[in-house]
Design a protein around this ligand. Structure first.
Ligand SMILES: [Zn+2]
Length: 446
């Protein structure tokens, strides 16, 4: 299969003919081959997508009124309207090749999509916005929804040995996006359309490198020696707030709440010494907006971060319910229950069996040993089903009830996050207690 998009060749890491795909070339080709629907949630033309684009940007404006894109519209004195802005998200990650080497992948996707596996969104959702809202971009294959810009191997004199290679790649990619934001692309009988990058997404490892972050998780002190070194002026662990600096201990949730609120209202000093290329693109111009352009990957943070810690700690706590005397015997009982759960609910097992080290049960602190993100979600669901067998114990123990509710709470969290952050599907959301121990979200339809 050959797609007729022109390749560009730039000088990268001393190689003069390094191939990549300019987003401008790809978007123009998508239009000329009648594939522009991949960026318009299925709408075949900009004319068809016009009401959805207008709705998207009106909601976006209510959350980011000071975004540079609205200044651009004001300064155009009526020449540019929101129906001519195409919302885009850029994503970067380091993948793994068949030979297990690192490979930088830069790609982009349309913010308008065709929904999720759990929502039933018809292909023509954009004709009935009142019913379907604006669906997320989470279904269809990666070939249909994620559009490649750059591939670069890590090793072999590339970015692992020379960090300036990574910077150069970001630089030339941002230049192309900047040109698109400034000049747009001509769509016959519709006018000039301006692709607008809403953010740079990725796991924190990618964000640190692509946005020159000095304040990041990598500055969390490892051990007493480093903590001593940072004592007078701790550098901070988050590019969005001042967590981990002298302003507050991010591990104290009450303090963390204050730090997040302060970052939102007053902004924070730039988290970089060298401003990243991305800041050349339009971004939120309210305090801290330039750093908020860099969006953490929430799935990664939950599935490979706090979710893993939660599951390992939960298993360590619930193991007493098995009634067995040793850790190995308890793990064996839990393992059998997990395997039955997977079979009854058609879940992929990922693990052949639980061992004590799966959850760090013999270590001083519980720790999760798996590297499969989906397993975290399945284990949360299994914990809920396991604890349903111990109703009396749960009634008597608040912690067990918390653990049993974790998968439900996670689902609520993700749902609320989409409503607040992605803001595509619904109007304002409020959280209320439905009954003791159960939270519900009240959603106002637009
Ligand atoms: Zn933070």
């Amino acid at each position: 299969m050959v797609y007729p998009v022109p390749l560009s060749f730039s000088c990268v890491a001393g190689q003069t003919n390094f191939p990549w795909i300019r987003p401008s070339h790809l978007i123009k080709t998508l239009y000329s081959t009648c594939d522009i629907h991949m960026l318009l949630g299925g709408a075949q033309t900009f004319e068809e997508a016009k009401p959805a684009l207008e709705l998207f940007w009106s909601r976006f404006a209510s959350i980011y009124p000071q975004h540079g894109v609205f200044r651009k519209i004001r300064e155009s004195l009526g020449r540019i309207s929101t129906s001519h802005l195409l919302p885009i998200l850029v994503h970067g990650d380091e993948g793994t090749t068949y030979k297990r080497n690192g490979m930088l992948v830069l790609q982009f996707s349309g913010a308008l999509g065709k929904g999720t596996r759990k929502t039933k969104t018809p292909d023509s959702w954009y004709k009935d916005l009142a019913t379907y809202g604006i669906p997320m971009n989470l279904v269809k294959t990666a070939l249909q929804t994620r559009l490649l810009t750059f591939l670069c191997p890590k090793d072999g004199e590339m970015y692992s040995s020379d960090p300036s290679v990574f910077k150069h790649i970001i630089d030339i990619v941002v230049d192309d996006w900047k040109q698109l934001e400034d000049s747009g692309i001509e769509i016959p009988a519709y006018g000039t359309v301006f692709p607008i990058v809403l953010g740079n997404k990725g796991d924190w490892s990618y964000l640190v490198t692509s946005a020159n972050l000095e304040r990041s998780y990598r500055r969390a002190p490892k051990g007493r020696e480093q903590a001593k070194k940072y004592m007078d002026n701790p550098p901070g662990i988050c590019h969005l707030c001042m967590g981990g600096t002298k302003e507050g201990d991010w591990e104290d949730l009450i303090v963390a709440k204050r730090l997040i609120r302060a970052a939102r209202t007053c902004g924070t000093p730039p988290p970089w010494d060298v401003e990243p290329a991305w800041t050349r693109l339009l971004h939120d111009e309210s305090p801290g907006g330039a750093q908020r352009f860099h969006r953490p990957d929430v799935w990664h943070t939950v599935h490979m971060g706090i979710g893993k810690a939660w599951v390992a700690s939960s298993v360590k706590y619930v193991q007493f319910l098995t009634g067995e005397s040793s850790v190995d015997k308890r793990v064996a009982v839990l393992s059998d229950d997990y395997m039955s759960f997977c079979e009854e609910n058609s879940k992929v097992k990922y693990l052949k069996k639980f061992e004590a080290h799966t959850f760090g049960l013999k270590a001083p602190e519980p720790a999760a040993s798996w590297n499969k993100a989906h397993l975290t979600a399945t284990l949360m669901q299994w914990l809920q089903s396991y604890l349903e067998k111990f109703k009396d114990a749960c009634d008597a123990d608040l912690r067990l009830r918390f653990i049993a509710a974790s998968s439900v709470v996670l689902a609520h969290f993700v749902f609320a996050m989409f409503c607040f952050v992605v803001l595509l599907c619904f109007g304002p959301v409020s959280v209320f207690a439905h009954s003791p121990g159960e939270l519900r979200l009240r959603v106002q339809k637009p």
